[in-house]
Design a protein around this ligand. Structure first.
Ligand SMILES: *Cc1c(COP(=O)(O)O)cnc(C)c1O
Length: 432
């Protein structure tokens, strides 16, 4: 056996940081076993869909131009519909991001005079621009579509009585966000999402339950569409792309709703019939195949970060042993300097662009300066090890991804090491 401590030393990790981190890993065996069992189940669920739809080599062929005939694209969409147990799916490289998938859904479904109700407090930052909570040009309100936001209750959970009370004659869509986004709240379990859907459907049976599923896919053994969601939406440079899809988003759900999204994405009269895939279908299939185990690696990384940073006295969400409903770990670092050194470490740990230092910037779609650390194979892919933080008190860093557990583990060590190395960063407790 070659010397691990020596290799880590060569990679910038001090013996103190290494042994402190190794110590925290000891208590995580049961949790890791549980995550492996979830990955096993979901991998088989994905494989079963591949078998059912007879995925074959010709599905990886490249189409160009209009893309009127693309059996690979059509089969990939059937596979998604099978996995999510929905009538239909739209899975396209023309959907450029999660935000675009969400925007396609709300612009596709809503009509002038309709209202969208946000059930989990203020939605994700980029969605605020889409619906007009932040006044970006072209937002939903310009089309006579209104929104209502139901704040979380005093325990930071969806306020079901307030949600049902807010439903009115104009409410067409209730949007539920599974992952916390840049909010310091618990991400929702699929069961909790089901409880909200059940309550809103009791008040208004034809209301459309829409779930922002970003970061949630394959973290549990069921998906929101298994508990009554009419439509669910996500990004392929997060969980579902398995780190291999170079671009894309998905929308799964009721056939009539998918049709509305498709004609909005392309054009009325075209819908799902057109859209060349330019050779990326193989990466989308292969990424989906890997996604459950990649998601498990990201969850192990998050659990490990929770264990290490809570042992140092930081407030973490969720805690290492708590139920995990997405791949994101929120760590309250209390100081802007600590955010900068944490992110510097995540960047230094990356397989790509490890030599650069991330700095905060005014990113389009966000209201405050954001720092993002990601040295990823696919630009901005946050299923790859990454950290981002809005630079504002109480200085929470959102840490996610990790294509492999060894990489995630090194990333956590390196983030801590940069904090230890930085004289301006004060740890709540000494490492011993
Ligand atoms: C990432 C994310 C989005 C937006 O996805 P992008 O691909 O970054 O546009 C929306 N909602 C949630 C909860 C997310 O985590």
């Amino acid at each position: 056996m070659t010397d691990k401590a020596q290799l880590l030393g060569q990679m910038g990790i001090s013996p103190e940081v290494a042994s402190f981190c190794e110590k925290q890993e000891k208590g995580l065996r049961d949790k890791f076993d549980e995550l492996d069992r979830i990955a096993e189940y979901n991998s088989w669920k994905v494989l079963d869909a591949f078998h059912k739809e007879q995925v074959q080599e010709m599905h990886f062929d490249c189409t160009s131009g209009y893309g009127y005939t693309d059996p690979g694209r059509d089969t990939l969409e059937k596979v998604y519909a099978d996995i999510f147990h929905t009538e239909d799916a739209l899975v396209r490289p023309q959907i450029i991001s999660g935000t675009h998938a969400l925007a396609t859904t709300v612009f596709g479904i809503l009509r002038p005079g309709d209202e969208i109700l946000f059930a989990c407090g203020t939605p994700y930052d980029t969605m605020q621009g889409v619906v007009g909570i932040r006044n970006e040009v072209g937002n939903l309100t310009e089309f006579g579509i209104t929104y209502k936001i139901v704040p979380l209750n005093d325990r930071n959970l969806p306020d079901i009585p307030a949600i049902t009370a807010a439903i009115g004659p104009k409410t067409k869509v209730v949007e539920i966000q599974r992952s916390k986004g840049y909010e310091y709240r618990h991400s929702l379990s699929v069961k909790e999402i089901g409880d909200i859907i059940k309550a809103v459907k009791e008040v208004k049976p034809d209301v459309i339950a829409m779930v922002d599923n970003c970061y949630g896919e394959f973290t549990q053994t069921i998906e929101p569409t298994d508990v009554g969601a009419d439509i669910a939406v996500g990004s392929l440079i997060k969980n579902a792309g398995g780190g291999l899809a170079p671009i894309g988003g998905y929308i799964v759900g009721r056939k009539d709703l998918i049709e509305l999204c498709a004609v909005h994405l392309t054009a009325p009269g075209l819908g799902k019939e057109a859209g060349a895939t330019l050779g990326v279908t193989k990466a989308m299939f292969q990424g989906l195949f890997y996604s459950p185990t990649v998601t498990a690696a990201a969850m192990k990384t998050a659990v490990y970060a929770a264990a290490v940073f809570s042992a140092l006295g930081y407030d973490v969400l969720p805690k290492a042993d708590e139920e995990r409903c997405d791949i994101v770990e929120a760590i309250t670092l209390n100081q802007s300097e600590a955010i900068l050194s944490f992110c510097k470490g995540v960047q230094a740990a990356a397989p790509v662009d490890s030599h650069v230092t991330p700095v905060p910037w005014d990113m389009p779609g966000y209201g405050v300066p954001i720092i993002m650390a990601a040295g990823s194979f696919n630009s901005g892919a946050s299923i790859e090890l990454s950290a981002d933080a809005p630079i504002q008190p109480p200085y929470i860093v959102y840490f996610q991804g990790g294509l492999t557990w060894p990489h995630g583990k090194y990333g956590v060590m390196r983030a801590l090491q940069e904090m230890v190395n930085d004289p301006k960063t004060k740890l709540p407790k000494e490492i011993c």
